[in-house]
Design a protein around this ligand. Structure first.
Ligand code: HEM
Length: 419
């Protein structure tokens, strides 16, 4: 086995980090001309890996653990402390099962219907120029709350908007901007307070017919030893449903980019909608940057692409790089609407390491995203409504999707005009 080459690029320079954005790890690989690269991030040594074979090694729970791998700022903003993302082994599988029970075909169909109704109503009401980003944020937040059994009827529009904004702010907080980080920490605290009050209320006033809703599922959830989940942890897990669903706002705006910044994809999709819809969605998830990388700590010496990774190494799997890996994808930097035709089901329902925008592996036993099916239903509803049910004209705007912003979306937030 070969020794891992070390980059000379200094990752302690925050400006370099900001400017390279999603392409940072690719740049490091390019510099050392190897698929595995070692570097220093502040005082921490990291090893970056990428691609289908690396993902397979990364997701094997015998090789890597998650506990202690996530930087503190990510726990204080994006994920929250004590959530499913940070657990290993039996504890992880037990906690994950609460999420996966919520994702049954019947509950997914309910979600689809709620989102479809709310999006259709929001688009019908809309006249003149509007940001698809803002409209989507409202629709996702209200829809996922409805699906989760959370009642928003006593809240004003401004309060609902504020809560929806907090969800996006927790994601933006993982960017290197200190202002975003500060805001994200504050907004996570406020969101957790809201979620804790919901869990408390659900525990005090159980509603048996709503037992299968996310709110009541986490209010009633137990630890591995049979104790009720601490209220703080139950709230973190409830937010693990709400926050990432609102994050789909970003993909709605990126869908706006795919469909309306150029005309050919829109036309192809409209003409062959039933054949191309799911392939378009999978290619969108592959092509556009979203979740950049994932950290873990090696439990034993492992081999990736012929390089030896020692035990106790801090390793990051480059998701963006894997989805643009020329060893796996032909012309990885082109949007090919028919790339996944005939393969859309295996990509999103089976154990998977090739297209890993939302992580890879197996849903139940590994850390793969619990919300992939909510994501697919959401993008199906959005593509159907945008292409088949409404017509828009497209105002002048800045369609640039900057690669040095996290999360990233078109600069003008996908402006559309409707009569
Ligand atoms: C905006 C689109 C989304 C993206 C890009 C995304 C991405 C990811 C990624 C990269 C992971 C980490 C996988 C790993 O650690 O190996 C993850 C985990 C997770 N996601 Fe998502 N996700 C999205 C939407 C959702 C939705 C809609 C939900 C819930 C309704 C959700 C819930 C979760 C949960 C609970 C985990 C932790 C799984 C575990 O640790 O076992 N995500 N997601």
């Amino acid at each position: 086995m070969k020794e891992i080459p070390e980059t000379t690029i200094k990752l302690t320079d925050i400006k370099d980090l900001l400017n390279a954005g999603y392409t940072l790890l690719g740049k490091l690989r390019e510099e050392v001309q190897a698929p595995v690269v070692k570097g220093k991030f502040f005082n921490q040594e990291i090893i970056a890996i990428y691609g289908k074979e690396a993902a397979k090694v990364f997701y094997d729970p015998k090789n890597f653990k998650r506990q202690g791998a996530m930087p503190k700022i990510v726990l204080k903003t994006l994920f929250g402390e004590g959530g499913v993302q940070t657990l290993d082994g039996k504890e992880h599988q037990h906690r994950k099962s609460y999420f996966m029970h919520l994702m049954s075909p019947n509950r997914m169909e309910e979600y689809r219907q709620i989102l479809d109704r709310n999006l259709s109503a929001a688009l019908t009401e809309q006249h003149g120029t509007f940001e698809l980003f803002d409209l989507a944020k409202w629709v996702f937040f209200t829809s996922i709350c409805e699906w989760s059994g959370i009642n928003l009827t006593h809240m004003s529009e401004a309060e609902i908007n504020e809560l929806a904004d907090y969800q996006i702010s927790m994601i933006s907080a993982t960017s290197p901007s200190l202002t975003n980080q500060f805001k994200g920490v504050e907004n996570r605290k406020k969101s957790e307070k809201w979620a804790q009050s919901l869990i408390k209320e659900a525990r005090e006033n159980p509603v048996p017919e709503k037992a299968d809703r996310a709110l009541y599922t986490f209010a009633n959830a137990q630890t591995l030893t049979g104790d009720p989940l601490p209220i703080e942890t139950a709230a973190v897990e409830l937010l693990n449903i709400i926050r990432p669903t609102v994050a789909l706002t970003v993909w709605a705006a990126l869908m706006g980019h795919a469909l309306f910044s150029r005309n050919d994809l829109y036309q192809q999709l409209k003409e062959h909608f039933s054949t191309l819809q799911d392939a378009f969605i999978q290619e969108m998830r592959r092509y556009y940057p979203f979740f950049p990388m994932l950290p873990a700590i090696s439990l034993r010496g492992v081999e990736v692409d012929g390089y030896a990774i020692p035990k106790d190494s801090w390793v990051v799997l480059d998701l963006y790089g894997s989805d643009h890996d020329p060893r796996t994808f032909e012309q990885p930097d082109s949007f090919m609407i028919d790339r996944f035709v005939g393969r859309t089901k295996e990509i999103s329902y089976d154990e998977e390491y090739e297209m890993i925008a939302q992580g890879g592996g197996d849903f139940r036993s590994m850390h793969r995203c619990a919300g992939e099916w909510i994501t697919l239903h959401s993008l199906r509803v959005f593509s159907d409504q945008l292409v088949n049910h409404f017509t828009f004209s497209i105002p002048e705007q800045d369609w640039e999707v900057p690669l040095n912003q996290f999360p990233t979306f078109p600069k003008s937030k996908a402006l559309l005009y409707k009569e």
